[in-house]
Design a protein around this ligand. Structure first.
Ligand code: ATP
Length: 361
């Protein structure tokens, strides 16, 4: 292999067993991950799981208590924030209201010692990249929220950081705008080829934008994978429950071998399904994705249920059902595809391929 290939596959960021304590609070408990060059990598998890703390450690706003962070192989612990080739886009974009858009973007470059003409030329270039070239002479107050966030993005991209950190950058925008800015952000990331480390607690945002996602909870990494891996092959209860919607059923696994579990379902039917790494025989939790359960005639299918309620969701209807053994189970049916069973109807349920997975705890 040539040295060029080795550089191209180098990790932009390596987080190596990082622990972060604030007094008695441990925000990160030995977190490790590698973020590739040019990768859109998302830290996803509920409030307080440590996402922002990890981002602040990469940026240099916080020191790590233990472990190391490397940028393209170099330990960045000794470097103050402004010497690290990373830049951050915050939720609050904090533009200078009295400056034009162009001045806002070139300001940081001038502080880094760029000449006025180089700073302006680069600012114009990044404003074109975020499609705000024609707004260069406006002031932030004359722009929409989405446009202001794009100015903040241009400002962060201007000095050509090796890694861009984004801390919930879309959360101040309303839903429609957030969806539009999502695809723009993804396109800009592809075009620049810079590694983006994106923090969000919004699973839909993470699934739609990321090359890979690290799901975090309580200062631990629960799983790292592509959006499809995280959704279709969650490794444990936390991930299955946090990503998308799922039913968690208490079941008995008679046998687990080579990643396949033999399950005894409530009601007595048997099911063979994939098992997460670490899932064992005995009492366990089965994840059943509601959109992969099909309706069958009573007595047919692997589970028997009674419909208790419907929730109309536009494209889908959620059926709240109860199994004969007492557990609640949600089924999601596409509207228009078939008749939606009435409340009180008795049904059989088919567990389609990919619906079921035995989880580890
Ligand atoms: P959110 O989505 O709400 O921003 P988060 O996942 O980014 O949450 P962090 O802000 O990283 O979570 O916080 C992780 C934990 O560390 C929390 O328990 C938080 O209370 C604690 N913490 C964060 N900053 C400090 C601090 N400066 N001093 C003490 N504890 C802190």
């Amino acid at each position: 292999m040539t040295s060029t290939a080795a550089v191209a596959t180098a990790n932009a960021v390596e987080i190596d067993n990082v622990v972060k304590r604030y007094g008695f609070v441990t925000a990160l408990h030995g977190v490790s991950m590698q973020i590739g060059d040019g990768e859109f990598f998302t830290l996803l998890g509920p409030s307080g799981c440590g996402k922002t703390t990890l981002l602040r450690c990469i940026a240099g706003f916080e020191d790590v208590s233990e472990g190391a962070i490397r940028l393209h192989g170099q330990d960045i612990a000794p470097l103050p924030p402004h010497k690290r080739e990373v830049n951050t886009v915050f939720q609050q974009y904090a533009l200078f209201p009295h400056m034009t858009v162009l001045q806002n973007v070139s300001f940081g470059l001038l502080r880094l010692g760029w000449s006025v003409s180089d700073a302006e030329a680069r600012a114009k270039q990044v404003l074109e990249l975020v499609q705000l070239g024609q707004f260069a002479e406006r002031r932030p107050g004359q722009l929409s929220g989405g446009q202001q966030q794009r100015v903040a993005l241009a400002r962060a991209l201007a000095p050509r950081p090796k890694v861009l950190l984004l801390d919930e950058p879309l959360s101040a925008l309303d839903l429609k705008l957030r969806q539009a800015v999502r695809s723009e952000l993804k396109a800009i990331q592809r075009e620049t080829g810079i590694a983006f480390v994106f923090v969000t607690h919004d699973q839909e945002e993470a699934l739609t934008m990321s090359d890979r996602i690290a799901v975090m909870s309580a200062g631990h990494v629960q799983q790292i994978g592509t959006p499809r891996e995280i959704y279709e092959a969650p490794s444990n209860r936390f991930v299955a429950d946090f990503i998308g919607e799922t039913n968690l059923l208490d079941v008995t696994a008679n046998r687990v071998s080579d990643g396949i579990a033999e399950i005894l379902l409530p009601g007595g039917a048997r099911l063979s399904c994939p098992a997460a790494l670490g899932a064992r025989a005995g009492q366990g939790h089965l994840s059943l994705r509601p959109e992969r359960l099909g309706i069958a005639a009573p007595g047919q299918g692997q589970l028997q249920a009674t419909v208790e309620d419907h929730v109309y969701l536009g494209t889908d209807t959620q059926l709240h059902t109860r199994l004969g053994s007492g557990e609640a189970l949600v089924v999601r049916l596409q509207n228009g595809a078939a008749a939606i069973p009435e409340r009180g109807a008795r049904l059989g349920l088919e567990i389609e391929a990919g619906a079921a997975r035995l989880l580890s705890d």
